[in-house]
Design a protein around this ligand. Structure first.
Ligand SMILES: C[S@@+](CC[C@H](N)C(=O)[O-])C[C@H]1O[C@@H](n2cnc3c(N)ncnc32)[C@H](O)[C@@H]1O
Length: 352
C-alpha cells in the first residue's frame, strides 16, 4: 500500500523565541470604580484573573475587532510566545476571543464587526490578562484546542496538540496525486505511538474511515485526557488506548500505518524551553541528550510492527540533521507543511 521513498533536502527550521518576563500586573487605581458589579460569563478557566489588570474603561472597546486589536497589542507588549497551535498574536487573540464568545474559529470573521456585551468583555479581558500573567498556553486557559478545525479537550496533564502530522494526513494520505498511500479506505490498522491527548488517533480515524486504531502513551495522565477525547468524539469502538512504553503493550500486532509525534527535544532545548512550554509535561518533550532517545527506538522496532506494505510517519522537530547523521542509510522522505520544513519524515516498511 505504501509508496517507497526518496529523500528530499531542505534546511531545518529556526529556533523558537525565548519568553520575556511578564509585564501584565500593573493595575490602574482608577479602574473598576465606575463599573457595574462584576458578572462572569460561563466559561471554565483554571485561574480567573482580574480583568482590570488593564486600564480599559467600559465602552472603550466595543467590537470583537476592537478586542482583537487590544489583545494583539498587549501580547506584543508582554513578549508572549506563540508555540501552541497558533504562531502569531492575531491567531492567538482570535482563538481566545472566539472561545470567550463560544465561536468556532471559522465563525470569527463573520462576527468581527459585531459588538461585545459587558459580561463578554470581562471574560475576554480576563483571558487576555490570564495569558500574559500566567504565561500558560492559551489552550490551558480554555481547556480546548482545535486541530484541523476539530476541537480537543486539553489540560496541564497533557501537551497541547500542535503536531504537523494532522495537516500531513490531509495532504499526503488522501489517495490523491501527492499521496503516499494508494487508498485511505484500504487502511485497516493504524498505530498512534505517544498519543498524548489522542488528537492524532482521532484525526487518523477521519482520514482512514475503515481503520481501527491503537494509541499508546506512557503517561496515565495523558491517557486520562485521551480517554475523554475519544469519548467526546464517540470513537470508543474504533480507538483503543494502551498504557505502556512504546510498542511494549502491543504484543505482535502489525499496522498498515504508524504515526508518531514522540518526545524529541534535546538537552539544550529542554534547558531553554519558553515559559509556556514549561507548563506542559516534561516527558512530552524530553528526548535525551541529542533528542533521539525515543526516535532511535522507534526506528529500530517499527519494522516488526508494520505490514510489509506499511509505513512510518514520524515527527522529529529540529532533529533532522542528527537523524541524517546517525541513519545515513535510511531513505527518509522529509515532508513540509504550511508552517514547517522537514520536521516530519515518512519511510516505507520495506525501506526500514
Ligand atoms: C510530543 S508528545 C505528543 C502527543 C500527541 N501525539 C500530540 O501530537 O499532541 C509525546 C507523548 O509521548 C509520551 N511518551 C513519552 N515517552 C513515552 C514512551 N516511552 N512510550 C510511550 N509514550 C511516551 C508523552 O507522555 C507524550 O504524551
Amino acid at each position: 500500500m505504501a509508496k517507497t521513498t526518496k529523500a528530499k533536502t531542505k534546511a531545518a527550521t529556526s529556533k523558537p523565541a525565548k519568553a520575556k518576563p511578564s509585564t501584565g500586573k500593573n493595575k490602574s487605581a482608577q479602574r473598576g470604580k465606575d463599573r457595574p458589579a462584576k458578572r462572569r460569563a460561563a466559561i471554565a478557566m483554571p485561574l480567573l484573573l482580574e480583568h482590570d489588570t488593564f486600564a480599559v474603561m467600559p465602552g472603550e472597546l466595543v467590537t470583537v475587532l476592537d478586542f482583537l486589536r487590544f489583545a494583539v497589542s498587549r501580547f506584543a507588549e508582554a513578549g508572549v510566545v506563540f508555540a501552541h497551535g497558533t504562531t502569531d498574536p492575531i491567531a492567538e487573540a482570535a482563538f481566545l476571543i472566539g472561545e470567550a464568545l463560544h465561536l468556532h474559529p471559522d465563525q470569527f470573521e463573520m462576527f468581527a464587526t459585531t459588538r461585545v456585551t459587558f459580561a463578554e468583555s470581562e471574560v475576554i479581558l480576563d483571558l487576555i490578562a490570564g495569558r500574559i500573567v500566567t504565561r500558560l498556553p492559551a489552550a490551558y486557559l480554555v481547556n480546548k484546542i482545535y486541530m484541523r478545525g476539530v476541537p480537543f479537550y486539553v489540560d496541564e496533564r497533557v501537551i497541547v496538540p500542535r503536531s504537523y502530522i494532522g495537516e500531513l494526513l490531509d495532504s499526503h494520505f488522501d489517495g490523491g496525486e501527492t499521496s503516499l498511500i494508494d487508498d485511505p479506505d484500504a487502511v485497516e490498522r493504524v498505530l498512534d505511538l505517544c498519543t498524548g491527548s489522542g488528537c492524532l488517533a482521532i484525526l487518523a480515524s477521519r482520514s482512514f474511515p475503515n481503520a481501527t486504531i491503537d494509541a499508546v502513551d506512557l503517561s496515565t495522565d495523558a491517557l486520562a485526557v485521551a480517554t475523554r477525547n475519544v469519548g467526546d468524539h464517540h470513537l470508543g469502538e474504533r480507538i483503543t488506548l494502551h498504557h505502556g512504553d512504546l510498542f511494549a503493550p502491543l504484543g505482535e500486532a502489525r499496522y498498515d500505518l504508524i504515526i508518531t509525534n514522540p518526545p524529541y527535544v534535546d538537552a539544550d532545548g529542554m534547558a531553554n524551553l519558553p515559559a509556556e512550554c514549561r507548563a506542559e509535561p516534561a516527558m512530552a518533550f524530553d528526548g535525551g541528550d541529542d533528542g533521539l532517545d525515543i526516535v532511535r527506538r522507534i526506528l529500530a522496532e517499527a519494522k516488526d510492527h508494520l505490514t510489509p506494505e506499511g509505513g512510518l510517519l514520524c515527527e522529529v522537530g529540529r532533529c533532522r540533521p542528527a537523524i541524517e547523521h546517525h541513519f545515513p542509510h535510511l531513505p527518509l522522505l522529509w515532508l513540509d507543511s504550511e508552517d514547517s520544513d522537514g520536521e516530519v519524515f515518512w519511510i516505507a516498511a520495506a525501506d526500514l
